[in-house]
Ligand binder design. Structure first.
Ligand SMILES: C[S@@+](CC[C@H](N)C(=O)[O-])C[C@H]1O[C@@H](n2cnc3c(N)ncnc32)[C@H](O)[C@@H]1O
Length: 252
């Protein structure tokens, strides 16, 4: 029998809140939230997940909110340290998994450097939530022997990915934060050898009540994003596994 999760005063738990649906967090994450004195959460943590935070627990939104800038990473780290040093049981609740494109590593380093005990609770990352919700496998003996998660986030207006490695046959590529760079992504993957007709699923707000799914091809991807007006948070799932999808837009 495993030891029940314990969040000691003066410590921090980095907790994965899952892809959005309220029942897609782990039991450990749930038990951790019941022990928290304060919860710092991101914009991607939706109301159904926040509903697990007991009434009376301090909640601090450190995500980007309408009308104000997002918190700087160093300020989030400083607040985590401050709350823990005040003897509180601190939960840092992040969308998906804290260690998948979530800057969880940076927060963990800052806490360790400050001498604060940190625990990490995994979450279902958006790619896994989207694929399971739409009933298509990310790997499959006949389609994909590997699956890679990459960020399409532009740095200095540029996207420098290893396109040759991503364009390998029998591979599923999931691109997080890829909407802005969608033209570069489509052009570069085709130039690296991925067929223009490769199926692509654009999944927005996966597992949430407002989930949208758009199935297209690599060639038509930028136009589909533009025409349908797709906005974040969205994933691009590229590969023939998308053709195995059995559920679209949540409808059987
Ligand atoms: C900073 S990353 C965080 C990823 C998160 N840690 C995870 O494991 O899913 C934010 C990006 O994840 C993707 N994302 C997160 N939740 C999503 C969802 N429910 N549906 C689609 N994409 C999502 C989007 O690409 C979004 O821009």
């Amino acid at each position: 029998m495993s030891v029940p999760f314990h969040l000691p005063p003066g410590s921090v738990a980095l907790v994965g809140g899952g892809p959005g649906a309220g029942d897609l967090i782990t039991l450990r994450a749930f038990h951790c939230l019941q022990q928290a004195d304060v919860v710092l959460y991101d914009l991607l943590v939706g109301p159904d997940v926040l509903a697990h935070v007991p009434a009376g627990v301090e909640r601090i939104n450190v995500g980007k909110a309408a009308g104000r800038h997002s918190w700087a990473q160093r300020d989030i780290c400083a607040l985590l340290v401050e709350k823990a040093r005040a003897g509180l049981r601190v939960v840092r609740l992040k969308g998906g998994d804290p260690f998948i494109f979530g800057r969880g590593g940076e927060e963990m380093d800052a806490l360790i450097e400050a001498g604060i005990t940190v625990q990490v609770i995994p979450g279902i990352t958006a790619a896994m939530g989207a694929a399971a919700g739409l009933a298509f496998p990310l790997t499959h003996r006949d389609h994909a022997h590997s699956c890679v998660f990459v960020t399409g986030h532009l740095q200095h207006d540029q996207l420098t990915l290893n396109w040759t490695a991503l364009a390998q046959p029998r591979q599923t590529v999931v691109i997080y934060m890829g909407l802005t760079g969608v033209q570069t992504i489509a052009t570069s993957l085709q130039a690296a050898g991925l067929p223009a007709q490769t199926p692509v699923a654009i999944v927005r707000s996966a597992t949430c009540p407002d989930q949208e799914t758009h199935v297209t091809t690599l060639e038509a991807l930028p136009e589909t994003v533009r025409e349908r007006g797709v906005t974040p948070p969205a994933l691009l799932v590229i590969g023939t596994v998308v053709g195995l999808m059995r559920v679209e837009n949540g409808a059987e």
